[in-house]
Design a protein around this ligand. Structure first.
Ligand code: AP5
Length: 213
């Protein structure tokens, strides 16, 4: 089974949900640039302050910042044997930069998650998160007590970029970047298409089949 996995897909497709399951199963770190940026925002760092404005508008944080952050994370000892990238690379420049930083190494597999727009919006607008990053959905993955995280009892909120207006912008940015990125991984021979519809268990089962082939 390939252990260097990239998850591509629209906002709200379920990349984070799937990445967490796969990372546990194959025992590699889940590296999500969105989570890393949100941690910077929560800590109030200079980077976090800059990133927040961009994230709240639905745009992309500059490549140089994100690549440096990802490379630093992937250089740690726990990532030597593999990783699951979620939300990174976001464009071809980031993909090529990543390969350059790791002496031309390419992922073993890239799962390209496809989902229709109505379901994307349903998943995003129903998402609730706790300050420590646990993720729920009001319909498909509700907490035991509405509004409260099962894991740590903290209050659940909506992400600031999960409004309908910002989601529209995030989707527009996504569609501008995704085709060249998909073509890049297709040319490298590592692209697999994953139907991201259906419940999380079905998506996970399909993903396992694809990464095990
Ligand atoms: P990021 O955090 O990466 O956001 P995203 O790519 O838009 O993806 P999401 O986190 O919204 O969704 P997801 O696919 O992980 O879905 P999830 O599993 O949570 O990036 C945020 C921002 O940071 C960007 O806009 C940008 O500004 C910046 N950024 C990040 N990386 C960057 C980069 N590389 N370059 C530049 N800028 C960058 O699921 C969604 C919901 O659906 C949840 O409620 C979940 O419970 C539910 N759900 C999941 N799967 C299913 C299922 N199968 N059935 C029903 N419900 C499901």
């Amino acid at each position: 089974m390939g252990k260097r996995i990239v998850l591509l897909g629209p906002p709200g497709a379920g990349k984070g949900t799937l990445a967490r399951q796969l990372a546990d199963e194959i025992d590699v770190p889940h590296v999500a640039t969105g989570d890393m940026l949100r941690a910077e925002v929560a800590e109030g760092t200079d980077l976090g302050l800059k990133a927040k404005q961009i994230m709240d508008s639905g745009g992309l944080v500059p490549d140089a910042i994100v690549v440096e952050m990802a490379v630093e994370r992937l250089s740690r000892p726990d990532a030597t044997d593999g990783w699951i990238l979620d939300g990174f690379p976001r464009d071809v420049e980031q993909a090529i930069d990543l390969e350059r930083q790791f002496s031309g190494a390419v992922p073993d597999i890239t799962l390209y998650m496809g989902l229709d727009t109505d379901e994307i919006v349903r998943r995003i607008t129903g998402r609730r998160v706790c300050p420590r990053g646990h993720v729920y959905h009001v319909d498909s993955n509700p907490p035991r007590t509405p509004g409260t995280c099962d894991e740590d009892g903290l209050e659940l909120t909506q992400r600031d970029d999960d409004t309908k207006e910002v989601v529209a912008k995030r989707l527009q940015v996504y569609w501008e970047e995704i085709d060249p990125l998909v073509a890049h991984y297709d040319e490298l021979g590592v692209l697999r298409r994953l139907d991201a519809s259906g419940d999380a268990e079905s998506v996970h089962a399909r993903a396992i089949q694809l990464v095990s082939d």
